[in-house]
Design a protein around this ligand. Structure first.
Ligand code: SF4
Length: 118
């Protein structure tokens, strides 16, 4: 079941996968309210709700922006989402929205940029 934040549905979990080696424990979102990272688009969104979703994504991306494990997060999330559809991807992870992660060109550029920064 999803909750709501500013009229935008949110999911009460983090989208990023488990991290057996503990990288998730070093993440910038580890102490965030999980719903901050998981604003959800709605098929019937009004213009106002679409603007709210954009703002919610920006808030989540701001958390990712200073995350020390952003590269491994994006890498792991993309691997886990390989072969999934739009209904199986949720929330911001590795600094990208679900649609951005689904776009191979966008995610490849982001990943290359992050790997270069290691
Ligand atoms: S990149 Fe974003 S979603 Fe991934 S661990 Fe860091 S803060 Fe969390």
């Amino acid at each position: 079941m999803s909750a709501s934040r500013g009229g935008i549905a949110v999911l009460p979990f983090r989208p990023i996968p488990d991290s057996p080696d503990g990288w998730r424990d070093r993440s910038a979102c580890r102490d965030e309210d999980p719903t901050v990272m998981t604003p959800e688009p709605d098929a019937y969104m009004t213009k106002k709700l679409r603007q709210a979703l954009t703002a919610a994504y920006a808030t989540a991306k701001a958390v990712c922006a200073h995350c020390p494990v952003k590269a491994i997060c994006l890498e792991t999330t993309l691997a886990g989402e390989r072969g999934t559809n739009e209904y199986q991807r949720a929330g911001v992870a590795g600094g990208l929205t679900p649609d951005e992660r689904a776009d191979e060109a966008v995610s490849a550029v982001a990943l290359a940029r992050l790997r270069g920064g290691r």
